[in-house]
Design a protein around this ligand. Sequence first.
Ligand code: PMP
Length: 378
Amino acid sequence: MNLFDVYPINPITITSAQGSTVWDAQGNEYLDLYGGHAVISIGHTHPHYVKRLTDQLNRIGFYSNSVEIPLQQQLADLLGRVSGKDNYQLFLCNSGAEANENALKLASFHNGRKKIVAFKGAFHGRTSLAVAATDNPKIIAPVNRTDNVIFLPHNDVAALEQVFSEQGGDICAVIIEGIQGVGGIQVASDAFLRRIRELTTQYGAVFVADSVQCGYGRTGRFYSHDHAGVHADIYSMAKGMGNGFPIGAIAISPAIKPSYGMLGTTFGGNHLACAAALAVLEVMDKEDLMGNAAAIGAYLTDELRKFDRIREVRGRGLMIGIDLPEELAVVRKDLLAKNRIFTGEAKPNVIRLLPALSITKNHADRFLEALEERLKDV
Ligand code: PMP
């Protein structure tokens, strides 16, 4: 049987990893500044994480949601504390797309409406509503096309006000990433997020904060929307939540009431996934990884802004976009080939850094030196 050929495969096999270092099958060492796309939050093979998962697997790995699973409440308590949203309600699922799918569906159950406002450059996942709210026609299958999604320009307050003044009573939800990831590290302005909050409140629409990539402490605050001082009605999360173990979730404001059977999943909230997510939060808390993300992120960003050949440096904390002029697009490939540093791509000429929240100043310096070398080459 062949693999269904949908990924551009890098001809490298990673066979082991520790912290932000990974090794290939030949024993070559690499610096991982991409964390498997924001997924590795506390670093690869963290001893506490490995132990907690192994212990859990030796006890019980899975039992269905037909019985009580106390690990779920433990996770809700710790997540509530670390995120500063004790009074929210937690629903556990398995991925970012599923989290957004559930968020939008729940919004529609809540206010009975259908129209979703989303933004140019947004990425929300590949399931039906999530992909319909994603600004990339190439990945929307005909069956997922819908008139229910209204795309507005990003950070455009006037366009937002206009759509609410014309159709406010029909708008079910506004969904927005605090920082667009796939869209090229585009930060939603504080003023824009505040205006979304005001208008959604005024018109009875639900504010969905897609925190799948920009959340979970990456920007130095638990949800990147926190920087604007706004509270969303629903936060979706996944990626860094399990440090590689598939788990997603939505945190739901107390104003939205559950009813039996409204949402559901077979695997969501299973014992192993909860143990993984608990281990991640315990490490984040104990090692102050949010503080580290803020500090190392600020250092990296400040240093990168001193490079005169970089067009723009965007982002917050450890979610950084390095926008290069087109003729320097080759730099990202060279960083891997010549310096053995994994980075991510957003559009051909934006280098995306989404490292573990535990990276050190030494890692940052190694990257800065490598980038300087590579820029000299071109
Ligand atoms: N939302 C955002 C902001 C994302 O970046 C992604 C993944 N790139 C998703 C949702 C979808 O997550 P998943 O791949 O886990 O379904």
